[in-house]
Design a protein around this ligand. Structure first.
Ligand code: GDP
Ligand code: MG
Length: 597
């Protein structure tokens, strides 16, 4: 055990975590020349395409230091706020963290929030000043910033470059010298914490765990404490670039387990694995339940795929414990699920993963945050509104409360003005302004969550020319003037297009919604009126004019292949459409409210 080190790599997005992980793998000879590629641990297609880490990835390295062999379990983590739940689970499996700071960008919002997560879990922090090869690097100044933040000695900050490999030896040395070896007792009954899992269609559920006490042996009869279910440890092993089967995973080590579990719901991330015959008395305190920030409906395009969608979401939930969902139904879309997400990027990723990994074509409805409504009849009891259609009728409504957050924005002094105007436009109130240095300013705002989850992040980047980072934490509910804006197509209200909007913006947004929908909904054989309404009052109207000709008409029957191509194209375009009444609505229309600027 004294030769095991478990550590994660944390940082603000793009500060170089995944690249530095590559260098650590190279240096310890954990990958062959042939296996090498950039950001090796970002092995999901989506991660490679977008150049971001979405999942935490654990990998084991062997390293000889001072003549002794060490086993190092590294966990690379995502940097984006929407995936902080991944970070918090990884942290729970470690004793140390490399805190990477970009030498040109210095400390940013998620540097701080991820550092706090690590400190709450008593991890040993090793600060790394990364990207010192960059011409724009500012090593002295940024080292000072790090020293200020951590209260450490300047000598503790390791200068490095994930690009050139400089400093990697020093980092490995620091991991061995400064990160404490795992505690735990080999003689005690098995107690292992599940910190991740994946559904593998051939092998069933693969569980990733960290042994806290005791040991786990191949063939052992084990029990999952939360579900009280028993299994045999058919295969256990360590996580190299591929899985390496082993006979035992020892106290303090990290490994995977396969025990023929086919049902996703039998496994809970955060659960404790123990020995079935001599179980431990102590369940490891699980993870805090995730608190979703954004809700939206997910519906199968084909209503018959509902059960398959449920099974797919359960499997996806295994690999993403921050996804929550409950069944719901919509007059327009039929049966589906109300899903909770940590943010818009998270929502986008879930939709993409459902399509790619599970071959499900889905419609996602207008996202909203979670409101509390109080009725006149019972003004003390809150009704949770995760879906606009759950909002009680205006005449019965006493008041509505919406979630607020405290936003922390770090920007350059030059951009304080534009950042402030943006926050005020978004109904924010400034609570604090601190100069971190003469150049860098921290701003704090109280601001409605609904205003920041949609396009705030992009707008912030634009107004600050990229020089602003942003983090937030919930600060509770506040009374707000909200109304439900309904959309009627062909005179029929389409529940999946309703949105809750601040009363002052209702008219403006209703109007823009109608205009946008006119653009997005394809013309059909008849005129389609589009109306926006609050209650019985119509606030705006547009009309989609009927199509004049059949699109195939211009092929004058002659060119069959051309005609077929056109029809194929039409079919493809239809893929993500839903028939509501007699109107075909494309997926983008459900997101129209987000794209109004
Ligand atoms: P992560 O989001 O923290 O995992 O960051 P990545 O490892 O994906 O790196 C983000 C970007 O920074 C990529 O384009 C890398 O090539 C680049 N990068 C990472 N480390 C260095 C470095 O030490 N020097 C330079 N010049 N670029 C780096
Ligand atoms: Mg990364």
């Amino acid at each position: 055990m004294k030769h095991i080190r478990n550590f994660c790599i944390i940082a603000h997005i793009d500060h170089g975590k995944s690249t530095l992980a590559d260098r650590l793998l190279d240096y310890t000879g954990s990958v062959t020349e042939r296996e090498k590629q950039d950001q090796l641990l970002d092995n999901m297609d989506l991660e490679r395409e977008r150049g971001i880490t979405i999942k935490s990835h654990a990998i084991q390295m062997e390293y000889i230091y001072n003549g002794e062999q060490y086993t190092l379990n590294l966990i690379d983590t995502p940097g984006h706020v929407d995936f902080s739940y991944e970070v918090s689970r990884s942290i729970a499996a470690c004793e140390g963290a490399l805190l990477i700071v970009d030498a040109a960008q210095s400390i940013q919002a998620q540097t701080i929030s991820n550092l706090y997560l690590a400190l709450e879990n008593d991890l040993e922090i090793i600060p790394v000043l990364n990207k010192i090869d960059l011409p724009s690097a500012n090593p002295e100044e940024v080292t000072d910033d790090i020293v200020d933040l951590l209260g450490c000695d300047p000598e503790e900050v390791i200068p490095a470059s994930g690009k050139t490999g400089l400093g990697v030896d020093k980092i490995l040395e620091a991991i061995i010298e400064r990160v404490p070896p795992p505690k735990g007792n080999k003689e005690e009954p098995l107690q292992a914490m599940i910190f991740d899992s994946v559904y593998n269609p051939f092998r069933g559920v693969e569980v990733i765990f960290r042994v806290m006490n005791g040991e786990i042996t191949k063939g052992q009869k084990i029990k999952f404490m939360a579900t009280q279910k028993e299994y045999f440890a058919d295969e256990i092993g360590t996580l190299k670039l591929t899985q390496v089967p082993k006979n035992t995973i020892k106290t303090g080590d990290v490994g995977y387990l396969i025990s023929g579990i086919k049902e996703a719901r039998e496994v809970k991330v955060g659960d404790t694995i123990t020995d079935a015959r001599t179980p431990t008395q102590n369940m490891i305190a699980g993870f805090e339940n995730v608190k979703p920030m954004v809700f939206a409906g997910i519906y199968p395009v084909d209503t018959e795929d509902y059960e398959e969608l449920r099974a797919s979401m359960e499997k996806l939930q295994l690999n993403d414990a921050s996804l929550v969902f409950t069944p719901e139904s919509s007059a327009a879309l039929g049966f589906g699920f109300r899903c909770g997400f940590l943010g818009m990027l998270h929502m986008e990723i879930i939709q993409e993963r459902l399509e790619r990994e599970f071959d499900m074509t889905v419609i996602t409805t207008v996202p909203n945050v979670s409101y509390l409504a109080y009725t006149k009849k019972d003004p003390e009891t809150a009704v949770i509104v995760n879906n606009p259609s759950d909002l009680p009728e205006p005449s019965k409504l006493d008041r509505v409360e919406e979630p607020y957050i405290k936003a922390t924005i770090i920007t350059k002094a030059d951009y304080v003005g534009p950042v402030m105007s943006l926050c005020i436009e978004k109904r924010g109130q400034i609570t604090n302004q601190t100069y971190l240095t003469t150049e860098r300013v921290e701003l704090n705002f109280d601001i409605p969550l609904a205003e920041i989850v949609f396009d705030f992040y992009d707008r912030l980047k634009t107004v600050s020319k990229g020089y602003a980072s942003f983090d937030y934490s919930p600060i509770g509910m506040r009374v707000s003037k909200l109304v439900k804006v309904d959309i009627l197509l062909n005179g029929q209200s389409v529940d999946a297009l309703s949105a809750l909007i601040h009363a002052d913006n209702a008219y403006n947004i209703g109007k823009k919604m109608c205009e946008k929908l006119k653009e997005l909904i394809p013309r059909q054989q008849f005129d389609i009126p589009i109306q926006a309404a609050t209650g019985a009052k119509i606030i705006s109207r547009e009309t989609i004019k009927a199509l004049r000709k059949d699109v195939t008409a211009k092929c004058y029957g002659g060119d069959i292949s051309r005609k077929r191509k056109l029809l194929e194209k039409q079919k493809k375009g239809k893929k993500r459409m839903r028939q509501v009444g007699n109107v075909e609505i494309p997926q983008q229309a459900f997101m129209a409210v987000l794209k109004l600027n």
